[in-house]
Write a protein that binds this ligand. Structure first.
Ligand code: PMP
Length: 404
């Protein structure tokens, strides 16, 4: 088992300086850093394998195809999908949700239908449904939160009805860190015949997810938050649903036969992968997920829980610091306000000390509005962070407080 010190050696950026100070990177919920294995996978692809995949006679293309398709198997195992063709490569969570809204949504949501989302959704899991609801004359319902930042399950049960066609909620909130009881929520939605899309962007960085156990109809995540490059993500959809859905993009790769007046579409998953895909980043996504497995999911969980617990305790001890979101089940994400200071000012001052946190509305403007705030400061941890870095953050916050 690798120690955290050894794990950190795999991440070159963690050994750099920002503003003359050792980087303390606490913005992992925005994007995670990349281990050297992933960086090497990218450059090795371009050095030794680069060629266009599928349908080619030459060896290099066959090898690139094999490497690309190997990631599909790795993802299938990571989320425990029943069939490999249920794994579709997309640019990220945003594109995955847009695909479902455009393709499944426009064929299945009719006037008078209801779509349920939650108050904790990222704009990516809000705007596509808002637009769809307006176009189709459907209704968008929002599950409220309680004072801890947990979804109000009682209200959710009252909102569900035979009119509900879709429930679209995140597994884990990017802004407050709340982990939602999605298995139970999916079961309840299914009792009314509704389909469920789970935004797994903030769940997958912390370990594998079992889509069969959850019985999710759609599940998506972004590679760049799971130690892989930007520009690659995954949409899982149950095979029987994806088979019935019309394509999202039209063009090469997604067709079977074309003439000037007709077209037939390719089988899954290619039906949803039009054009030359993001080959290098897909291969590197496989490397990243293998890296997480090698580190060990237990190691990841143990370290991240320790960081969350330690940081919560230490930060709660800072006078006038208010943690926003105290759910019983939380990812290693701490949203907070420091007295009456504007989050941006806190972020800028911490940056001068080499500490990277996120400030703002975290793509959750309606949530911030309902909390009566403009935004928060957010420290988010990954398994390569250390308790010493939490101490640096706490020290930085104490110094910031004196400066503001
Ligand atoms: N949903 C959640 C919960 C997120 O945290 C994010 C990224 N912040 C997204 C969706 C959008 O992901 P991407 O920008 O990678 O498409």
């Amino acid at each position: 088992m690798k120690s955290i010190a050894d794990i950190r050696k795999d991440f070159p950026i963690l050994h750099t300086q920002v503003n003359g100070k050792a980087l303390v990177y606490l913005d992992n919920a925005a994007t995670s850093q990349k281990p050297i294995q992933v960086i090497d996978a990218l450059s090795n692809y371009y050095k030794t394998l680069n060629s266009n995949i599928h349908r080619s006679a030459h060896s290099l293309a066959a090898q690139a195809t094999e490497a690309y398709e190997a990631t599909r198997d790795i993802v299938q195992t990571f989320i425990n999908a029943k069939y490999r063709e249920e794994i579709n490569f997309v640019r990220g969570t945003t594109e995955a949700i847009n695909l479902v809204a455009y393709s499944w949504g426009r064929t299945n949501i009719q006037e008078g239908d209801e779509i349920i989302i939650s108050a904790l959704e990222h704009h990516s899991n809000l705007v596509p449904w808002q637009i769809l609801a307006k176009e189709q004359k459907a209704k968008l319902l929002i599950i409220p939160i309680n004072e801890k930042g947990e979804l109000d399950q009682h209200m959710y049960q009252k909102q569900l009805s035979s009119k509900t066609k879709l429930v679209a909620v995140n597994h884990t909130s990017n802004s407050l860190g709340t982990i939602n009881p999605i298995k139970e929520m999916i079961q309840q939605a299914h009792l009314f015949g509704a389909k469920v899309l789970i935004d797994g962007a903030q769940a997958c960085p912390h370990g594998p997810v079992d889509v069969q156990d959850l019985d999710a109809d759609f599940f998506c995540f972004s590679g760049h938050k799971t130690y892989a490059p930007t520009g690659i993500g995954v949409l899982y959809g149950k095979r029987e649903l994806m088979e019935q859905m019309p394509p999202f993009h039209y063009g090469g790769e997604m067709i079977k036969e074309v003439d000037y007046d007709m077209v037939t579409f390719n089988d899954l998953p290619y039906k949803f992968e039009a054009g030359t895909p993001n080959i290098a980043d897909t291969i590197a996504l496989g490397t990243a997920l293998n890296y997480m497995k090698e580190i060990g999911y237990e190691t990841i969980k143990t370290q991240e829980n320790a960081l969350l617990q330690y940081a919560t305790e230490k930060m709660s001890g800072i006078d006038e610091l208010r943690i926003i979101g105290n759910a019983a089940q939380k990812a290693p994400v701490i949203s907070f306000l420091l007295g009456t200071a504007h989050p941006y000012d806190v972020g800028v001052l911490l940056d001068k000390m080499g500490i990277a946190i996120r400030t703002g509305h975290h793509c959750c403007q309606p949530l911030m509005k309902s909390l009566g705030i403009q935004g928060t400061c957010r420290a988010s941890f990954a398994f390569y962070n250390t308790l010493e870095e939490v101490d640096v953050l706490v020290e930085g916050l104490l110094r910031t407080k004196k400066m503001l």
